[in-house]
Design a protein around this ligand. Structure first.
Ligand code: ZN
Length: 880
């Protein structure tokens, strides 16, 4: 799945996925999580083979009326009962092999005693009639007094263990079954479920019955039901139906965001060597979705915020392709092959993250893929709480297993395998892994075995250090040149702390040595040693030495080079990662005109937009008159919106300067790029210029596509810090206003008039609303206010039974924040985790103060509530 929330990733300076956000927020968390998933696969008593699921709905009561017939066979002799997972459902009747049966229920189980002990292989057909108002798992998004015109939608979200809140079943991934799903809904509705649509028939009384049949087995967390008022777009791929659904009225947004799906199916089928395995592929976009996307087999559900307004869509280089390719990749990895337990979730999420990069590289080119990989590496190293955890782990009581290791590091590990094995051997191994395990549950050893069988390559050490071990190499690099022997002596030290599951790494690396007469490449293998020296021939003193040219290792590196070497690398390195590294290294040199000039030149002329954008970030962090001048000059170049908005944002980090503010004001009022205008509004808020309040107020009053500029202005009021904005923010936070505007306003309310308890109470009142984004931003805003009177409301919320998995860590984090006395700074202090951020190479610019870090968190949050996005993939280039 994906969890949450991000802006279009290619582009924006911060496009946190929810995962990343959760990672950052984990800084605040100390207490164990209440609702951890079961880490190890259960022992099964039966094999559930087929479920025939019939559902009707009582819309006024938000109730599901269900009947399910399970076909199963017993696995052990002497079975005396059959137990299903079932929560918050009223069981009305149970029929076992056509006879009425007794049953008992507990909070989480339906227990059916058998009349006589059963033997292994005995088959049962069990029908359960039930009804209930699901607290999670199934969601009713219906018109109400605040949103009378919203299209009706019912949708489910099974992962991780929520299917049994609307369907009594076996709710763990280590079983697979086929399904029939029979949905009776108002005649004007559309439904989407797993498998093939067999029929739609009149059911009388203004109802129709939709009959779906899935004949390829998959796990119960992948069962899906979507029903409601939708627009539909139909395409196909090699005769397989490919459909997209948008809440009624937004169907025109589907082609631009989803139309590349068949091309992705083609690419992945070819590369994996196994054709898309399901009978159709549907993507249903729903409102208030509790995640970014969910790869239900043959029928993905995504957040409707992926339906970017047509006027904004061209401003995002890769659209929603990361989300679309991620969930599509899961149809092989996750659905056709499924992790045996949550401890191996990286086999789902790491592969889905890797498939994003396959599409990026094939469709947008190598440089775009290089840039995203470079950014995701930095992001992973910034997430200090991931460091000590192995990729495969079974101890996730205190943090979700859906973390930046499962996604980002998992994707990286597959990339490294591909790079080290070569494309042909790697994809042949993946094909073998898919074919050998098709329709099965897998653990990491299955992947290692498939690679070994296919390629005759022993990957035991690779798996030990990257999959079962934790951390990654941190290199300290330096070299000397011996003019007599004509040799470069490259010293490679591994400086990561060796403790827990973190050890020394053995990795291959390509080293480039460039001298006046050209470049030479050397392949070296870094051994599991703390320090090692490599002697490399060079005819004269090097102009440039690159370690791991092109950045193919998940590593951090402190390469001791002189300024002139970095300047040479910035201009001459052929690979994006090496130029980007040079930008970051130069950003650590303060008050140096030569550096600022060089970065300004890079911002103007580097061929890769990603490098230009990183240069813009870095100039913003360096600040000073020359840096501002370079940034302002870059605005004249009319670069792509995804660079232009970065330049504008970077200006918001420079010191207040009348010229800069005038320019930002002009952009905020008029520019070809909405993203640049939004960035200018936010920058004006941060710079707190003289007319900022009036500019923001005017932007709130004006119209723009999907309220894009209004929402940016509402968020900017939080940075501006002027309490005069409170009445306006309260007005826009109220029920009935667009959800995106509400979350923006609520975030800013978290930062203003912090001693006003009425504001705290108003935000606390939003906690129990149904709208997931409103709840999430309210939780965070209460933490930001530092008003401890909010603690009881948050603690009450923590006890409620309708929390989706991502809300729990968020609530606990904010309670911890409120309990910890502030250090005088707004929002309280939050020390642990800071060290990680400081020690990471990411702080290209100035000192990372508590306030800056807090701002970063708030920016992440703002981005998140700005638009709920899919969550999984990578984080963008850190800007800070
Ligand atoms: Zn996923």
């Amino acid at each position: 799945m994906i969890r949450a929330v991000r802006r279009n990733s290619n582009s924006s300076r911060s496009c946190p996925t929810f995962v990343a956000l959760a990672v950052v927020l984990t800084i605040f968390i100390s207490a164990p999580q209440l609702f951890a998933d079961e880490p190890y696969a259960r022992n099964r008593d039966y094999d559930l083979q087929h479920s025939k699921i019939s559902l009707r709905f009582d819309l006024s009561q938000k109730k599901v009326l269900g009947e399910v017939t399970h076909s199963l066979s017993i696995l052990h002799d002497g079975a005396a009962k059959i137990v299903f997972d079932s929560a918050s459902l009223t069981i009305q009747k149970v029929i076992v092999n056509k006879a009425d049966a007794k049953f008992e229920t507990s909070a989480e189980k339906l227990i059916i005693p058998l009349a006589a002990a059963a033997k292994a292989g005995d088959r049962f057909e069990i029908t359960i009639r039930y009804e209930g108002k699901p607290t999670k798992g199934m969601y009713f998004i219906l018109p109400d007094k605040d949103y009378p015109d919203r299209p009706s939608q019912i949708w489910t979200q099974g992962e991780s263990e929520d299917t049994h809140y609307y369907l009594p079943t076996y709710d763990y991934p280590n079983d697979r079954l086929t399904t029939e799903t029979i949905l009776t809904v108002p005649a004007s509705w559309i439904t989407v479920s797993n498998g093939k649509l067999v029929s739609v028939t009149d059911a009388g009384k203004g109802l129709k019955t939709w009959y779906w049949k899935e004949s390829v087995p998959s796990s119960t967390y992948l069962i899906t039901v979507v029903a409601g008022e939708f627009d539909e777009v139909k395409e196909s791929w090699h005769g397989i139906p490919v459909t997209y659904y948008a809440p009624k009225g937004r169907g025109d947004r589907l082609p631009a965001m989803y139309g590349r799906t068949p091309a992705m199916m083609e690419l992945f089928s070819k590369k994996f060597g196994v054709d898309y395995p399901w009978e159709k592929y549907a993507q249903a976009m729903v409102d208030d979705f509790v995640a970014g996307g969910m790869e239900n087999s043959s029928a993905t559900t995504n957040t409707s915020s992926s339906l970017t307004h047509p006027k904004l869509a061209p401003e995002y280089l890769t659209g929603e392709d990361d989300l679309v390719s991620h969930e599509l990749g899961h149809q092989w990895f996750g659905d056709l092959l499924t992790c045996k337990d949550w401890g191996n979730i990286w086999l789902n999420e790491g592969f889905a993250t890797f498939t994003e990069t396959m599409w990026t590289e094939a469709h947008y080119g190598k440089e775009q893929a290089d840039y995203q990989r470079w950014a995701s590496r930095r992001e992973w190293f910034q997430s200090g709480n991931l460091w000590s955890k192995p990729l495969v782990r079974h101890d996730f009581d205190d943090s979700s297993e859906f973390d930046g290791n499962a996604y980002g590091k998992g994707g990286w590990i597959l990339y490294m395998l591909r790079h080290q094995m070569g494309d042909d051997a790697f994809y042949a191994a993946i094909k073998h892994y898919l074919e050998a395990n098709r329709g099965k549950n897998v653990v990491s050893a299955d992947l290692a075995k498939a690679i070994e069988e296919s390629s005759q390559t022993n990957v035991d050490q690779f798996f030990n250090q990257w999959v079962y071990g934790a951390g990654a190499p941190k290199f300290d690099l330096s070299y000397t040149y011996d003019g007599e022997k004509h040799q470069v002596a490259l010293t490679v030290k591994q400086t990561q702390k060796i403790e827990g599951s973190v050890g020394l790494f053995r990795v291959p690396a390509e080293v480039e040595v460039t001298t006046g007469s050209g470049l030479k490449l050397y392949n070296i293998t870094v051994a599991t040693k703390a320090a090692q020296t490599f002697w490399l021939p060079a005819d004269s003193a090097p102009l440039m030495v690159l370690f791991d040219k092109g950045g193919h290792l998940l590593k951090s590196a402190e390469f001791h080079k002189e300024k002139k070497e970095w300047l040479y690398q910035l201009k001459n390195a052929t690979e994006l990662a090496d130029r980007a590294d040079a930008v970051v290294a130069l950003g650590k040199i303060k008050n140096d005109e030569e550096v600022v000039t060089a970065l300004g030149e890079t911002l103007r002329s580097d061929k890769a937009w990603g490098v230009r954008a990183i240069a813009a970030d870095t100039l913003g962090q360096l600040g000073g008159a020359s840096a501002s001048k370079s940034l302002v000059a870059a605005l004249d170049s009319q670069d792509k919106p995804w660079v232009r908005s970065r330049v504008v944002s970077a200006l918001g980090n420079t010191k207040e300067d009348a010229g800069v503010i005038a320019r930002l004001n002009a952009i905020a009022k008029q520019d070809d790029s909405y993203r640049a205008r939004a960035g200018a509004l936010q920058a004006l808020g941060r710079l707190k210029g003289p007319d900022a309040f009036a500019t923001l107020e005017a932007a709130v009053a004006a119209d723009s596509p999907d309220g894009f500029l209004r929402n940016a202005a509402l968020r900017a009021f939080g940075s501006l810090g002027d309490d005069k904005a409170v009445p306006l923010l309260l007005q826009w936070s109220a029920a009935g206003k667009p959800i995106d505007s509400r979350t923006a306003a609520i975030n800013s309310l978290g930062r203003l008039k912090k001693d006003d308890k009425e504001i705290t109470q108003q935000i606390a009142a939003y906690l129990t609303e149904q709208h997931f984004p409103v709840r999430m931003s309210s939780i965070y805003a209460l933490g930001s206010r530092g008003d401890a009177t909010a603690i009881p409301a948050l603690e009450t919320l923590l006890k409620s039974d309708d929390l989706s998995i991502e809300m729990v860590p968020m609530i606990k984090g904010q309670i911890a924040r409120l309990k910890k006395p502030a250090d005088g700074k707004p929002g309280g202090s939050h020390a642990s985790g800071d060290a990680d951020e400081e020690s990471s190479e990411s702080s290209a610019g100035g000192p990372s103060t508590t306030e800056q870090r807090l701002e970063k968190l708030e920016r992440l949050l703002q981005e998140m509530s700005d638009r709920l996005k899919s969550m999984e993939s990578r984080l963008p280039p850190p800007k800070q």
